[in-house]
Design a protein around this ligand. Structure first.
Ligand code: SAH
Ligand code: SF4
Ligand code: F3S
Length: 554
């Protein structure tokens, strides 16, 4: 059987799709097909975070069903249902139908409702992917089905199959993900699943279940193999609440256990409402340290964190280690303490600002990014202004901004009113987008232009064309940067390059390649984390002698 898999939603879904691919390919003769209508099984990994995420999926499912009806599966160049016998035609038609499967968060949220109007045949939630082969074979026509057996085969076939069981311990730790692009020099490694935070607007705790962490050894092993055998130079540790990672078993012989009973990872002013916290085991800081120990040439990032889990130990580690990237995602959601309280975020504006100030002191040259929601239940103009002022204060390097969309099952759905009119939500959204864009432009001109950045080359830019070919990559601060491919320096994806930033457009930078480097070499020259380069492009603090020496090497 050939399957096709399309993924919507966040990075967790992308990573889960790699697990699904692995599970399906391990099973007998399944093949992954890149061309949708050549496949027998059409899988969509879905997102339920906002209503518009779901509408996209509904549209796609309808489209797939229509395409399948109009263009049945072909066998030996013939349409399978062009059969002469009437009786068989009926039977075969059933067999010819492609299996349309819904995976992920919408499957979990809507369960059987996704069978509505015959849009889907298969529904599988995020913790049930190991069951996919069984569910598919229950739906699929049997390959050996011989004409005589048709009657019996069809009786044993199911029309619909579903498994939306959530789990307390599934982490797919033993499954080796199969990436959709195995040549990528960056890779995500899933370290925990689920979320216990219950922010009042958010559906994730209901679609992803309880928080659970994968054993540290299996994570470090996966990362090591990616680095040593697959040319991966950057690992992004992944979890819905990645920095609340806690491997309670902590039974590895390889790592010392530093934190004992009673350890509290949250900073002052941040609460952990629903969590069994503390206790022995490995914490996120231990994990980051262990992964960054794999090699000084391997970059480590993580996403998506929660501001409550940034203990001083983690910030210091980030500051000390050159290969742990200087980028912190600090999803604020709102700048108003009253909104934050209604959102059940567990912190106030003041606590958040204190943390930002600490971060900037401990990790100079850090990039800070955030998520924001506008028009949450009861949001007043004044509360909205607080968000604008927080954005002014922090000067984010990147922000993901959304208009509030009420979701079933959430606390807000049960006990609040979605009372901010759509046009006000979108006007406020536009305001925060504008303020973010203006600030990031100014900030990049001030902070980036004129600096030397170590860039991990990811590949050729999409805008690259004959005559003006361009590389693309990302800086330590996670900023995209493009620069012309020079004829005199050989460079390939996975190399580090020293690039002089000479232009900032929004949050994308442009630059000039100076030399190919290693991370250690860059840091030995004093250009890494601790070096405070002047940001004035006419007044570089990089000794000109050094620059000349480097230029001579090109
Ligand atoms: N676990 C992550 C990300 C969760 S979803 C975290 O806590 O940061 C990504 C973002 O979607 C959230 O940060 C939030 O800004 C947004 N979001 C979540 N629920 C939403 C809703 N109901 N309406 C609009 N945006 C929402
Ligand atoms: Fe949703 Fe909050 Fe959990 Fe993030 S921390 S996934 S916003 S409930
Ligand atoms: Fe969407 Fe599920 Fe991710 S709701 S944002 S795909 S965890």
């Amino acid at each position: 059987m050939k399957f096709h898999l399309k993924t919507y939603g966040c990075q967790m879904n992308v990573s889960d799709s790699d697990i699904v691919r692995s599970i399906l390919l391990a099973d007998d003769n399944n093949n992954n097909d890149k061309i949708e209508m050549d496949a027998d099984i059409l899988l969509t990994n879905t997102c339920a975070i906002r209503e518009n995420a779901e509408s996209k999926v509904w549209n796609r499912l309808l489209q797939l069903r229509r395409a399948d009806t109009n263009n049945p599966i072909k066998i030996d160049g013939k349409q399978k249902n062009n059969n002469n016998s009437n009786q068989k035609k009926k039977k075969k038609k059933k067999h010819n139908k492609r299996i349309i499967g819904v995976l992920g968060c919408m499957a979990e949220r809507l369960k059987e409702d996704m069978f509505k109007d015959g849009t889907a045949d298969l529904i599988v939630g995020p913790d049930a992917y190991r069951d996919l082969p069984r569910l598919i074979s229950a739906l699929a026509p049997n390959d050996d089905d011989d004409d005589d057996d048709d009657e019996i085969q069809s009786l044993s076939m199911l029309e619909q199959a579903i498994n939306v069981e959530l789990s307390f311990d599934e982490t797919y730790a033993d499954i080796k993900p199969i990436r959709s692009n195995p040549n990528d020099v960056t890779a995500f490694v899933s370290v925990m699943r689920g979320c216990n935070n219950m922010c009042s607007y958010c559906v994730v705790p209901f679609t992803r279940g309880r928080e659970r962490s994968r054993g540290m050894d299996s994570i470090v092993n996966e990362a090591r193999i990616l680095y040593e055998e697959n040319n991966v130079k950057e690992i992004c540790l992944l979890g819905q609440n990645v920095n609340s990672y806690h491997d309670r078993n902590g039974n590895s012989n390889n790592y010392k256990m530093k934190y004992k009973e009673g350890y509290n990872i949250s900073n002052d002013g941040f609460s952990n409402m629903f969590r069994l916290r503390g206790g022995a085991g490995y914490y996120f800081v231990d994990l980051v340290e262990a992964v960054s120990d794999i090699s000084p040439e391997l970059r480590v990032r993580f996403t998506s964190p929660h501001p409550k889990d940034y203990p001083p130990e983690l910030l210091s580690l980030m500051a000390e280690r050159n290969n742990v990237c200087n980028h912190l995602h600090m999803p604020a959601q709102s700048g108003s303490s009253t909104v934050l309280e209604r959102m059940r975020r567990g912190y106030t504006r003041e606590a958040y600002i204190d943390l930002i100030d600490d971060v900037r002191t401990i990790i100079p040259d850090v990039a800070i990014t955030s998520d924001f929601i506008t028009g949450f239940c009861g949001e007043t103009e004044e509360e909205h202004q607080q968000t604008l002022s927080l954005m002014e204060y922090v000067q984010y390097d990147q922000a993901f901004m959304f208009a509030y969309s009420m979701r079933g099952k959430t606390h807000a759905h049960r006990s609040m009113v979605d009372d901010v009119p759509e046009e006000i939500k979108s006007r406020r959204l536009q305001e925060i987008i504008n303020i973010f864009r203006t600030n990031v432009q100014d900030r990049n001109i001030k902070e980036e232009v004129g600096k030397l950045r170590l860039v991990l080359v990811e590949g050729e830019s999409r805008r690259s064309k004959e005559g003006s070919r361009q590389w693309r990559g990302r800086t330590d601060q996670n900023k995209s940067i493009v620069f012309p491919i020079p004829t005199n320096i050989e460079l390939k994806a996975g190399d580090y390059a020293v690039v002089l930033v000479d232009e900032a457009r929004g949050h994308t930078l442009k630059g000039k390649l100076l030399w190919r480097a290693t991370m250690q070499g860059f840091n030995e020259l004093g250009l890494g984390h601790h070096h405070n380069q002047s940001s004035d492009s006419n007044n570089l603090t990089i000794p000109s002698l050094l620059l000349n020496a480097m230029a001579a090497k090109l």
